[in-house]
Design a protein around this ligand. Sequence first.
Ligand code: P6P
Length: 332
Amino acid sequence: MNGNLQLQHFILNEQKKFPYAKGDFTLLILDIALAGKIISSEVNKAGLIEILGLTGKENIQGEQVQKLDEFSNSTLVNILSRNETVGGCASEEMADAVLFEKHTKAKYCVIFDPLDGSSNIDVNVSIGTIFSIYKLSNEGECSEKDFLKKGEEQVAAGYIIYGSSTMLVLTTGEGVHGFTLDPSLGEFLLSHPDIKYPEPPKRYYSVNEGNFKYWDKNVKKYVDHLKNNEKPFSLRYIGSLVSDFHRNLIYGGIFFYPLDYKNPEKPKGKLRLMYEANPLALISKNAGGLASDGKNDILSLKPEELHQRVPLYIGAKSFVEEALAFLNSEEK
Ligand code: P6P
């Protein structure tokens, strides 16, 4: 495969596998990629806010400087609102979905976390945009129901990681592929065709052990096992989901954010189902991995509300299966 395949060429080639995609699917992916380029440019300037005399409130032109997650959100909404094949979008940054009623020929809706891990910007840790694409149940009639489908109904999912380079990782059902932004060309070029979890995977585990006392007994037993066995795992935890997920996808490993009992009456997960767990679960599955909430496959969960949280175990299949064996062992 030509190593310099541009994103648009790749998607058009892939499209032949999707009878319903008539070029508009390609344009939708390219719109998300455009948003990624714009966000990447801003994220990479973030450190210069002070130096450039940008107060962080009002810039030298007297314009309001938005917080980067607000900026990322409005960039995605504005670009998608101009794409007539998109009936609406939903975001971690917005309480409700935005419906583009005028798009009477719309076929898709998009759900995203515009800038996950944004609290890490000030310390130069990689962050990312995570997105999920669903087909509308009724073309031209986007409704709230379209934003509450199971993850297995996604037609595409991906993330854009703003790190040492900006990379778009995308699955449209046929495998997982990575495209690295060449800033001199402004093009995403195929750099990681057909990503699969390595076999054997590196023995990395990613979890915030600071929450140890809030976990149930089986989770504690699992983590103790990771550290006390014939081949102990290494802890790698950045505190930025896209970065932890991406490293584990390329090298191998498991990321988990268990149910925590900070409020014993109301244990809960932290990560969001619709725009964090589901898109990453589709990528993980199509790269040979697995994602679970500790009992069920993430992609099989029927969403109840747009911003619902779930526990998440995601990564190399054998590692997630081992975690599930501990979590669901009888002994409590
Ligand atoms: P904690 C970032 O705020 C985030 O949503 C994810 O990117 C990250 O994996 C997680 O929260 C980190 O949470 O509780 O370990 O700081």
